[in-house]
Ligand binder design. Structure first.
Ligand SMILES: O=P(O)(O)OC[C@@]1(O)O[C@H](CO)[C@@H](O)[C@@H]1O
Length: 316
């Protein structure tokens, strides 16, 4: 069982233009689609589609139209009753393959809402193998909200507590790394640079540079980092080593949710007992499959690319 928390869900609107996006112009769209999104929900959609049990915990107002979009996904959810509608994030894609994404702040949550979310995730974590805390925090929640969740889950379940993965950015990620001791973080290369305050050595191979930077956190403050690199694959760094995997050739249609699918693919392999190399391979295959689908669609095992995903060990 993989439990996810999406503190700031989003109705993802994807608009496809016939012409390149022009600032300040009126442009007709070719098509539009809506998906119930938010990082944790996206992870649950992929895990559920792969036939592995998952539960998405999220704040939800019963009157919010988001509830109907969520029902369409068919995923198991644990809604925590709150007031206010989910934000609508907008993605604009144009024929040149350029993607513009506008992410809204989301509805304000109160301290009571926060307490009920923490309680819901803690309850749901019983018997789970992983709890995934994913996405930005909505206004009203403190930067260390995920740290509070991690501590509550570990205090409640002790030795039986699930592993905790975190996929967020900015001050929320910094707080988790400073005080949460997560089992896994999943930044992209830009988020890793921001988090560490370092830089990626431009004269080095990208995977080696990412490895060097992630090693400043792993394993002292974070047990493992799975760093997604878009078209350059992903790097896993843990206490025992580091690996880089390269994706198969992919015709990219929408990168929105590709990182979430990579994380889901990684965890799907991990819950079967797979080793590090296989977890990296699975993460990359799911990420590539997501990038080849329009909007925030969740890939199923049938969407996985046939091509090989070579994974190599990185040396210190
Ligand atoms: O504002 P956040 O929570 O960081 O990101 C939200 C979001 O961009 O993440 C998902 C893709 O990863 C989308 O479903 C959603 O719109």
């Amino acid at each position: 069982m993989i439990v996810t928390l999406t503190a700031n869900p989003s109705l993802d609107r994807t608009i496809t233009l016939a012409e390149p996006l022009q600032r300040g112009a009126v442009q007709a769209a070719l098509s539009a689609r809506e998906d119930a999104g938010g990082k944790g929900i996206n992870v649950t959609r992929v895990v559920h589609a792969a036939g592995v049990e998952s539960l998405a915990v999220l704040p939800l107002d019963a009157e919010d139209p988001f509830a109907s979009a969520l029902r369409h996904t068919g995923i198991p959810v644990l809604p925590v009753d709150t007031a206010g509608v989910a934000r609508a994030n907008v993605t604009i894609t144009d024929p040149a393959g350029e993607t513009t994404k506008l992410n809204l702040p989301g509805s304000v949550l109160s301290a009571e809402d926060a307490g009920r979310l923490v309680a819901a995730v803690t309850r749901a974590a019983e018997g789970a193998e992983w709890v995934v805390l994913a996405g930005s925090l909505p206004p009203g929640l403190p930067d260390d909200f995920y740290v509070t969740v991690i501590r509550a889950v570990r205090a409640r379940w002790g030795e039986r507590a699930p592993r905790i993965a975190v996929d967020t950015s900015g001050p929320a990620l910094r707080a988790v790394v400073d005080g949460g001791a997560p089992d896994l973080i999943k930044p992209n290369d830009e988020e890793l640079v921001e988090l560490t305050g370092g830089h990626l050595d431009p004269s080095a191979d990208l995977a080696d540079a990412v490895h060097t930077l992630a090693r400043t956190l792993v394993p002292e403050r974070v047990a493992a980092a799975f760093v997604t690199l878009g078209g350059a694959g992903a790097v896993l760094v843990d206490a025992t080593g580091a690996w880089h995997g390269a994706p198969p050739p992919t015709r990219v249609r929408s990168t929105v949710g590709a990182g979430d699918s990579s994380l889901a693919g990684f965890l799907l392999a991990h819950v079967t007992g797979a080793g590090s190399e296989e977890c990296v391979r699975s993460g990359i295959r799911y990420g590539s499959a997501a990038a080849a689908l329009p909007g925030t669609q969740a890939p199923t095992p049938a969407d996985l690319p046939a091509g090989d995903v070579p994974v190599r060990a990185l040396t210190p």
